[in-house]
Design a protein around this ligand. Structure first.
Ligand SMILES: [Zn+2]
Length: 155
């Protein structure tokens, strides 16, 4: 099996997607129905089980996804970004990297739980330990986001 092409899944423009691994194919497919900001609704050829290049070469390949905890963390930290074109992650980037990028752009975590002693978010490199609900609220109500006091742990 080693050496066979695999579709490498990334978070791209606010949805999970992968470029086609067929040599010289320029196709790419997304997971599920693509967001409204990317055009008419279409179900992409990327699933949790694999990749089918629906729009180009038509070939099927296995897909390499990040682990479920990592997927949740990537979605949570990207979806608080108000500009969907900035909601991007590639394998090798940690959740700390995404959090740092958010902080660099003044994007914080909404302060919805003031009784938690200022601790809003605890993350490892590959999972969100604490604060997922605050991030989800932030994605739904970006006007609440403020630069956060963040407690980060090593992953
Ligand atoms: Zn293809």
């Amino acid at each position: 099996m080693s050496g066979d092409p695999v579709a490498i899944v990334e978070f791209n423009l606010g949805r999970w997607a992968a470029p086609c691994p067929t040599p010289f194919c320029r196709g790419a497919e997304h997971f599920g129905v693509q967001p409204w900001w990317l055009g008419r609704p279409r179900v992409g050829g990327l699933t949790l089980e694999g990749f089918v290049c629906l729009l180009s070469c038509g070939r099927a390949w296995p897909a390499r996804w990040p682990a479920p905890d990592m997927r949740e963390g990537v979605e949570a930290l990207c979806n608080v970004r108000p500009d969907w074109s900035k909601r991007n992650w590639r394998p090798g980037e940690t959740l700390h990297d995404l959090l740092q990028e958010n902080a660099d752009h003044g994007i914080g975590v909404p302060v919805l739980e003031p009784d938690r002693a200022g601790r809003l978010l605890v993350i490892g490199d590959d999972r969100i330990v604490e604060g997922m609900s605050a991030l989800a609220a932030g994605a739904a109500r970006p006007e609440l986001a403020t630069p956060a006091a963040v407690t980060a742990i090593g992953g």
